[in-house]
Design a protein around this ligand. Structure first.
Ligand code: OAD
Length: 235
């Protein structure tokens, strides 16, 4: 299958890195952040997605995250999530690095996902730092038994990324034989820098996005298309 001049077949590669952003889940019905109808057009992150907002008004921040939990819980993984999961199930050397917090890759069957920006489905005690999974919608109780608020275990604006996740991502990109980047605007750092570890090694790289991005020219193939149909065609 030749997709816009790209005759790569994903099955022929041994160490693929899938690097994904919000566009991967767009076809599942989850809005992206910056495009039309994007989350950050509707909500000011300074009121809903940063530590200062949480310190000021945790109930308001939790209300926002409960809305997001409900929205994501009502959505299903799409074909693109399933292709990635199939690739990883068939070859455990396949690395999946995501900026998404929705958990849809895991629901599609991915066994190992580097969640650079955390997860909507984990909470962290804001006093003791204990982290636990929680899939309830809405999330209750909002306070830990120690009395402090649970906080979404998400990398909000101004937060540091987990160094272990970053190192795992850099390692995978330093070893991959193909990079497939799907549905990210590549404007949020340090995540946006990660593909450079693969570019520097000269391995083939594919970008899948209906729109041109500021890094499209760096990819061997920059494919204008939706995640599901393009990935399925390349698979
Ligand atoms: P953005 O909303 O910035 O970009 C989404 C990208 O997906 C855009 O380039 C779209 O063109 C593309 N897109 C839309 N529909 C698509 C489809 N069907 N198939 C493929 N691509 C499609 O989202 P991210 O780049 O993921 O951080 O944003 C990065 C981070 O910024 C997020 O992780 C989030 C946000 O603040 C946190 O929440 C911590």
């Amino acid at each position: 299958m030749d997709v816009n001049g790209c005759n790569i077949r994903l099955r022929d590669f041994n160490r693929i890195v899938f690097f994904t952003g919000a566009g991967l889940s767009a076809e599942s019905g989850i809005p992206t952040y910056r495009g039309r109808g994007g989350v950050w057009h509707q909500y000011n992150y300074e009121e809903f997605a940063c530590q200062m907002a949480f310190d000021r008004d945790p109930e308001k921040v939790w209300d926002f995250h409960d809305v997001r939990r409900a929205r994501v819980a009502a959505c299903e993984p799409n074909l693109a999530h399933r292709v990635i999961a199939e690739a990883q199930q068939g070859n455990p050397r396949t690395a999946v690095i995501t900026q998404n917090i929705d958990g849809l890759l895991q629901r599609a069957g991915c066994r190992s996902v580097v969640e650079l920006h955390g997860s909507l489905w984990r909470v962290r005690c804001s006093r003791e730092g204990i982290v636990r999974e929680d899939f309830s919608v809405p999330f209750r109780p909002r306070r830990c038994s120690c009395g402090a608020y649970w906080r979404p275990d998400i990398v909000w604006f101004g937060d540091m990324l987990d160094s272990g996740f970053l190192e795992a991502a850099m390692k995978a990109l330093s070893e991959c034989d193909l990079l497939v980047t799907i549905g990210t605007s590549a404007v949020v750092y340090p995540a946006a820098d990660l593909p450079h570890y693969a570019f520097a090694r000269g391995v083939p790289s594919i970008e899948i996005n209906p729109e041109l991005t500021i890094v499209s020219h760096l990819y061997t193939y920059s494919l204008r298309g939706k995640a599901s149909e393009t990935l399925a065609a390349l698979w």
